[in-house]
Design a protein around this ligand. Structure first.
Ligand code: NAD
Ligand code: IPM
Ligand code: MN
Length: 347
């Protein structure tokens, strides 16, 4: 089983190193690793954020463990050379369309939430975010209007096949959990969202055991803070899912806690924390590695069919937190390596 390790930029290498220590400690037979350059690190080394050598490793791998990409030095490059193109390119090239972002409160962290602890304590939800379409991948560019004004544009669209496959992912996830699916859109304004809603309703006929509701994205943002316990599975498009998942992370306690899996239906997956390269804290040992360690657990479970070691990692993270492990984002003083140490000790 080949695991591609793509640490990337900023805090990426720091957090991936801790996840690798945890994987090594499990001493699982038959795991091999190949490391690849992505993002600004790849651009600076070889002139492209997703070099062919990296894409080749990704295509051959059973799973990809990804840190983060993004580098302020690269923010004025032409768009196709920017670090973020690495993650967008991997999602697109490998057909990784189903991005699962679970948000659950560890009881010890309920007081770290931006919400009241009794509200935060009720959170156990999964955002199923589409990651191959939407405004991210539509035609985009700059032009000049008839009045001579500079104009930027990004076309938002979804076709019915794209909506249908992510709807199935949402219903199946709901079926395996508490049987509730909330589809989040903006059908009161956007045609893309009307098509989304129509297709989700069509697909729902195949899942009579799942209770389907619909919510506009602005209300969903509000409800996530007012009463997050109402949600089981949320299925939504690329842009709305991006925004709502960062919001959900603070409801849970920290952006440094949310893991993710992005799947293409063939078993292959990309696993990464939902956060970015955090240039503001890079190189200072302040990054919380738990989201990446939990992403490694998702990798073992979803792509490598190793649910026992996945359970062990998740239990070790819970125990480390119960034993008081806290990085600065969780109100503590432990550095990135010490957080890794705490998980290893618990393991
Ligand atoms: P960010 O998620 O990198 O950081 C937002 C804030 O959260 C910062 O204050 C940061 O210090 C903090 N933070 C993030 N992860 C943390 C962790 N593990 N522990 C403690 N604190 C953490 O978002 P941003 O600042 O908007 O973006 C920075 C760069 O990352 C940009 O270039 C952006 O495009 C990129 N980005 C990449 C990904 C990805 O690789 N999938 C995701 C999001 C953002
Ligand atoms: C994420 C990030 C990416 C996204 C960026 C870096 C392209 O924010 O993975 O959540 O918007 O999908
Ligand atoms: Mn994001």
């Amino acid at each position: 089983m080949l695991i591609a390790l793509f640490p990337g930029d900023g805090i990426g290498p720091e957090i991936v190193a801790q996840a690798k220590r945890v994987l090594d400690a499990l001493a699982i037979d038959g795991l091999t690793y190949e490391e690849g350059l992505v993002g600004g690190a790849a651009y600076k080394a070889v002139g492209h954020p997703l070099p062919p050598e990296t894409l080749d490793i990704a295509k051959r791998a059973d799973a990809i463990l990804f840190g983060a990409v993004g580098d302020p030095d690269c923010d004025s490059l032409e768009r196709h050379l920017r670090p973020e193109q690495a993650i967008l390119g991997l999602r697109k090239e490998l057909g990784l369309f189903s991005n699962l972002r679970p948000a659950k409160v560890f009881p010890e962290l309920a007081h770290e939430s931006a919400l009241k602890p009794e509200v935060a304590g009720s959170i156990d939800l999964l955002i199923v975010r589409e990651t191959n379409g939407d405004v991210y991948f539509g035609e985009k560019g700059f032009r000049t209007t008839a009045d001579g004004l500079r104009e930027g544009y990004d076309i938002m669209s979804y076709n019915e096949a794209e909506v249908r496959r992510i709807a199935h992912a949402g219903f199946q996830a709901a079926r395996a959990r508490r049987g509730k699916l909330c589809s989040v859109d903006k059908a009161n304004v956007l045609e893309t969202s009307q098509l989304w809603r129509d297709v989700v309703i069509e697909v729902s006929a195949e899942y009579p055991d799942v209770a389907l509701t619909h919510m506009y994205v602005d209300n969903a943002a509000m409800q996530l803070v007012r009463n997050p316990g109402q949600f089981d599975v949320i299925v939504t498009g690329n842009l709305f899912g991006d925004i709502l998942s960062d919001q959900a992370s603070m409801c849970v306690g920290s952006i440094g806690m949310l893991a993710s899996a992005t799947l293409n239906g063939s078993g292959q997956g990309l696993y990464e924390p939902i956060h970015g390269s955090a240039p503001d804290i890079a190189g200072q040992g302040k990054a919380n590695p738990l989201a990446t360690i939990l992403s490694a657990a998702m990798m073992l479970r979803y792509s490598l069919n190793l649910s026992d070691p996945a359970d062990r990692i998740e239990a070790a993270v819970a125990k480390a937190l119960a034993d008081g492990a806290r990085s600065p984002d969780l109100g503590g003083t432990m550095n990135t390596v010490e957080m890794g140490d705490a998980v290893l000790a618990a393991l």
